[in-house]
Design a binder for this molecule. Structure first.
Ligand SMILES: Cc1cc2nc3c(=O)[nH]c(=O)nc-3n(C[C@H](O)[C@H](O)[C@H](O)COP(=O)(O)O)c2cc1C
Length: 144
């Protein structure tokens, strides 16, 4: 199945670490500097991001709003200091506007040194772990 994933992963590359474990053939599109904005040829589209101020990166949200064709199957991938369902609210809403079909979402912890957390050496050190990468691959392989 032709799959593209639009991503933003600038804090520690935590989210990209998950994506880099995917099998070849998955097209990764950097939301900040996209190689293409044409998603029409893909059977399904993933949106992947670190969580910043409770939300997917605005670059990913904007990409979904502007370039997601109507009625595409989509899935979400996120890393965050805290695993909260609410982190998906904004991107879910953006995709609903495009009448997307939600296939599923995956979230795990990601190393965080934002703001005061830097002073204590960061939180979620070592994440995503190999176990979380394997869980992500199992999630991906189960997508239809
Ligand atoms: C500016 C900034 C804001 C953040 N805000 C949140 C947040 O609201 N909730 C949360 O759980 N983690 C937050 N984090 C932690 C990141 O989501 C986490 O480190 C994530 O794994 C970063 O992904 P990346 O390395 O792929 O960019 C924030 C990090 C940064 C740098």
């Amino acid at each position: 199945m032709a799959t593209a994933i639009v991503y933003y992963s600038k804090h520690h590359g935590n989210t990209k670490k998950l994506l880099d474990a995917l099998p070849g053939g998955v097209v990764l599109i950097d939301a900040e500097n996209p190689s293409t904005t044409d998603l029409s040829a893909f059977d399904r589209v993933g949106f992947a991001s670190g969580i910043y101020a409770g939300s997917f990166a605005r670059q990913v949200m904007r990409f979904a709003q502007e370039h997601l064709p109507e009625r595409k199957p989509v899935f979400f991938v996120a890393t965050a200091a805290m695993k909260l369902k609410s982190h998906f609210t904004g991107i879910t809403h953006a995709c609903e506007q495009r009448r997307a079909v939600l296939l599923g979402s995956y979230i795990c912890q990601g190393f965080n040194t934002y703001g005061p957390f830097k002073l204590v050496g960061g939180t979620s050190k070592g994440h995503p772990t190999q176990k979380e990468i394997n869980e992500f691959l199992a999630f991906y392989n189960a997508l239809r």
